[in-house]
Write a protein that binds this ligand. Structure first.
Ligand code: SF4
Length: 489
């Protein structure tokens, strides 16, 4: 099989994996070598549903001895199979890098023979890339659950990010749909990655404090090979199994807390197989996936607790307003707040004000009184924020009654144009393909076309999920996130 055909098969097979961001790596360019993993030096594109597209995203092989129910590459499926050799992976990455198509590599794989055999081959490919080609660009590799610790260590020292897919939001679902994987052989490598990253950070702190001592203690090779400096992430499939958003967000909170994950990727279940264990409905819950990403963002950057965003009695996120707006609607007794005096943590709770905007407000109001015009100049999404603010005593949302129902109506209404139009009202693009179809059906690399031409056809809009009834939140859900993780493992 020629290389182009392999690439076509294995790039297509990788599109279901949605875990590729490069934040956090600080390895700069170096004379005589290729690539630059500094975030400022990388230019990533994201499709509208948040998927990163600037890495060469391939599977090493779509041959797999496992038979996960939801996966197009499962052993029982009759699909065209292919496998790259380690040299082919390295050469392709370098060739694409030189042509400016990509800036890094995202490498995942089906399981060939065993997790260890698969990881050995990945390590070989990445070693060629790093040591023979001197590639310093960003690499994200997926570790196979059940890989032995020595190989995880080798893999982690070749990559910027290593991740292990959690796959499904509960152990029962994992047992049902991916019986060859287990909670332990997923969480074991994740814990090892967490510990190795921490150990590495400690060693580097030691370098800064006691360089002489460090020179004696740490080998040269070790110094050069930071373990996954961009951290670890994971992915879980949403909608293939009955777990609620309440369970998923509590599990996510536990994973962030106990495994120091950088990101959790939620992947709306795409029906690609006929299997009695899978849901019969064909709807792709992209809107639900989007709301989970928003809630996840609020937990990571706005310090919301999972229990503030969702509770067991109403276990799904609202589909028509974002989780932050929903929280505000459920806490109207705390609003409106005066923008000229509210503390940072209160500003962060106002829909339309993000962390950067809140800091700008704090800074600007030291020298001026803020009104609508000043807020707009600061880049605040005033159209949303005005219902929850007063500016020097003036309420900007007049004309709309200050009730949950009325404000829900304006926040849920589509906004035409502008940065804050609702994504769910727009057609959602498919996962981007590395290939385009010519009129004859032949697949070609998009060499001289704009990024828009690389987007595939639109998927149907996500099916509506449950709209929770108006509710109030207690400060705690009564379920501790770590219990969720213990239950999963
Ligand atoms: S291990 Fe499971 S999810 Fe991964 S490629 Fe094989 S069948 Fe697919």
């Amino acid at each position: 099989m020629d290389l182009m055909t392999k690439l076509s098969i294995l790039a297509d097979a990788a599109k279901y994996d949605v875990a590729c961001t490069s934040s956090g790596s600080s390895r700069a360019a170096q004379k005589g070598q290729l690539g630059n993993a500094l975030s400022a030096g990388l230019c990533h594109s994201f499709t509208a549903d948040g998927r990163c597209v600037s890495l060469l995203k391939i599977l090493m092989t779509n041959v797999c001895v496992y038979d996960c129910a939801y996966c197009v590459n499962r052993s029982s499926n009759e699909v065209r199979r292919a496998a790259f050799t380690p040299h082919e992976i390295a050469d392709l990455t370098i060739e694409f890098y030189r042509r400016n198509y990509i800036e890094g590599l995202f490498l995942s794989s089906g399981v060939i023979e065993s997790p260890d055999r698969t990881t050995e081959l990945m390590v070989r490919a990445l070693s060629i890339l790093r040591y023979e080609h001197g590639f310093r660009g960003y690499i994200h590799a997926k570790a196979v659950p059940g890989t032995s610790p020595e190989l995880i260590d080798q893999l982690g020292r070749l990559c910027d990010r290593v991740s292990v897919n959690l796959e499904l939001p509960s152990r029962q679902s994992l047992d049902l749909l991916a019986p060859q994987k287990s909670g332990q052989n997923i969480l074991g490598p994740m814990r090892q990655i967490r510990d190795s990253i921490a150990e590495d950070a400690e060693t580097r702190a030691l370098v800064r404090r006691k360089p002489t001592f460090y020179q004696q203690q740490v080998s040269v090779a070790r110094k050069q090979q930071a373990f996954a400096p961009a951290g670890q992430s994971t992915q879980m499939i949403i909608g293939a199994t009955p777990e609620t958003d309440f369970q998923i967000l509590n599990l996510s909170a536990a994973l962030y807390r106990s495994l120091n994950l950088k990101r959790i990727f939620f992947s709306a279940y795409l029906p690609v197989n006929q299997d009695p264990r899978l849901p019969s409905t064909a709807g792709v819950q992209l809107n639900r996936e989007h709301r989970l990403y928003q809630a996840d963002w609020l937990m990571r950057f706005y310090h919301y607790e999972a229990g503030e965003l969702i509770d067991e009695a109403n276990p799904f996120l609202a589909h028509d307003v974002d989780p932050k707006a929903n929280w505000a609607l459920n806490h109207l007794d705390l609003f409106p707040v005066e923008v000229n005096t509210a503390p940072l943590e209160v500003l962060l709770r106002v829909p339309g004000i993000g962390p950067a905007g809140a800091r700008k407000i704090i800074k600007a109001r030291r020298t001026t009184t803020l009104r609508e015009a000043e807020l707009r100049k600061l880049g605040i999404a005033y159209k949303r924020a005005r219902y929850f603010l007063t500016c020097n005593g003036a309420y900007g949302g007049s004309g709309i009654s200050f009730t949950r129902e009325a404000l829900h109506g304006v926040l849920a209404a589509p906004i035409n144009g502008g940065r804050h139009g609702r994504r769910a009202d727009n057609p959602l693009p498919e996962q981007m393909s590395l290939f385009e179809q010519t009129p004859t059906g032949e697949e070609v690399l998009p060499g001289h076309v704009g990024a828009n031409a690389m987007l595939g056809a639109s998927l149907p809009q996500g099916h509506p999920e449950h709209l929770p009834a108006p509710r109030t939140y207690a400060s705690s859900t009564g379920s501790h996130p770590l219990q969720e993780l213990a239950a999963w493992a």
